[in-house]
Design a protein around this ligand. Sequence first.
Ligand SMILES: Cc1ncc(COP(=O)(O)O)c(C=O)c1O
Length: 291
Amino acid sequence: MSTVYLNGAWVPKSEAKISVDDRGFLFADGVYEVTPFYEGVPFHMDRHLDRLRSGLDWMRIDYDVDELAGVSRQLLAMNALESAETSIVYIQITRGAAPRSHPFPKEPVPPTVYAFAKAWSRPSQEEWDRGFEAVTVPDRRWARVDVKTIALLPNVLAYQAAVDAGVADALQVRDGVALEGAHNNFFGVFDGEVVTHPITNVILPGITRGVVLELARENGLAVRERPIHVEELADADELFFTGTTSEVRPTVRVDGRPVGDGRPGTITRALSRGLLRRIERAKEAAREVTR
Ligand SMILES: Cc1ncc(COP(=O)(O)O)c(C=O)c1O
């Protein structure tokens, strides 16, 4: 039985209760964050908490995220996940509970703060080497997907379309542009240039996306942040998704058509290795501090 964090208390998950008046339940009026841990060591937690802070500011929810670094570590410890190779902490903050009415509660109510930790598994090396498939789906999301709100119905339907098609990823397309996945960002390699959509209101500013762009630049690769049009997918040498639990995931077929030579490409492999090296370095640095 896992232990979760709810409004300052540590409780068995089966005993965690929220009000039916919670605005997250009634209106999806909340934000969330997913922070990766590797053998108990957080990876770029500061960037995840910064994104959460800006989402809360934009939604005008008054909550100080500073306690969440400690809460996350404690959750890992309480759930015996400190030695798990790969785990995440999920954090959700809603505007709190108040009788249903669209505007913010007249009398301020405390936000609802919920967090849990869980392990996840990477695909095997053989699976990764075979690569993954994606299907294109229409992007039916709203105009501020850069804010990580809990209103994820279009993402849920997009991901289900991938599951129904028996593939790993859904590539969301709007106005002819392949924007991002249901829970990950999207990259292409065209004539040696690493391309991904710029940070605007139509994609989530992924933390992994940012790290992968840093790695590409450090490796001297040409990088361009520009829209990728669906017609260009046929000409891509390589395609891949990035995300907290996707890491760098090679896409070898889109809508049944092979990408490049149908295998994970050399740049995708180099960026994946670079990400794993950076994770190892974070683990080593954490060990140095505790020594
Ligand atoms: C729509 C969407 N895009 C991209 C990402 C990747 O972001 P990150 O790398 O911070 O996990 C996510 C992660 O949940 C997402 O939901």
